[in-house]
Design a binder for this molecule. Sequence first.
Ligand SMILES: [Zn+2]
Length: 359
Amino acid sequence: MSNDKSVDISGRKVIVLRDVQDAAAAGATRLVVAQNSVITPSAREYIQQRRITLVEGGNVAASAAAPAAAASRPGVNASLFNSPEAEAVKKEICEVGKKLWMRQFVDGNGGNISYRIGPNEVLCTPTLCSKYDLTPDLICMVDLDGNQIAGVRPRTSEILLHLEIYKSVPEAKSVVHCHPPHATAYAITGKVPPNNIIPEFEVFVGKVAISPYKTPGTLEFAQTVIPYVQQHNTVLLANHGIVCWADTVTHAEWYAEVLETYCWTLMLASQLGTPISYISEQHADDLLAIKKKLGLPDARFDPNRMKECQLADMESSSSIAIDPTPCDGNIGRSSSSDREVDSLVKAVTDAVMQALGAR
Ligand SMILES: [Zn+2]
């Protein structure tokens, strides 16, 4: 204990690698930071590597003071990180990263992708890397507290968002976060798109929620999605973008595509000056039944949340200047259109079943 040396940098709001390196050079074994300070991933990683005790607002920070079980098992971590399964997931993450970039869902170093490879281990994209330029050797591994346990590059600062989803939803195996323009347009207006217009959206995504704005990269931001992710696989992040979770990396990216195309289509339709046709209630129920069978979440399965959803519908329908009243050619009223919807439903079901069966 006599060798302990505290260095106080609690006056800083943001703590970067350089601050921690300077403190270490001065012989620090304890680093005192303010409760609300933001510590960059590389700074946090350095603190852990040097085994410096982090004291946040007078309390020893759990993540740095007592490394998680996974972090103290270097051999186990290395074999998991280099396992054939992990190598396959790393490749899939890179392929999905290219898709996100090609579809213009991310720009600069925006967006991030992760996969829960073990009970306490998550593979994720590194910070400051275009999703187009991802290669398997750049992928990192963290534990559920966000401590980096493998990989040469520092992990994305947004991993905290992904980890809150994994902790809240045990079925979530992969999380994709991106900024697709049309879905983000909804997110910046604080509105969710209306439902019961296109079957594919109902089955794969359905009701989306919108979480409140907080500064990206913070734990406070990460925790904004907790109330929504059990009943929504896709959430709009206010003034930011979207986040999707699924059983595979590929499927999480599909949900981003389905939502983005849906939002785009609604915006195009709203310019035509003709009311949109809504799927009838009965046919909408059929789609929900398919969705339930597939094990995909939807807030509308929970009767307590139905009212909330209906209110959100009223708000969202008016917000994009689409007439919510079904027009004369309403799909639900025409028997020939009934058949069209039935065949669409069948096509969607077949595609989903095939996709699930193939994994
Ligand atoms: Zn983002």
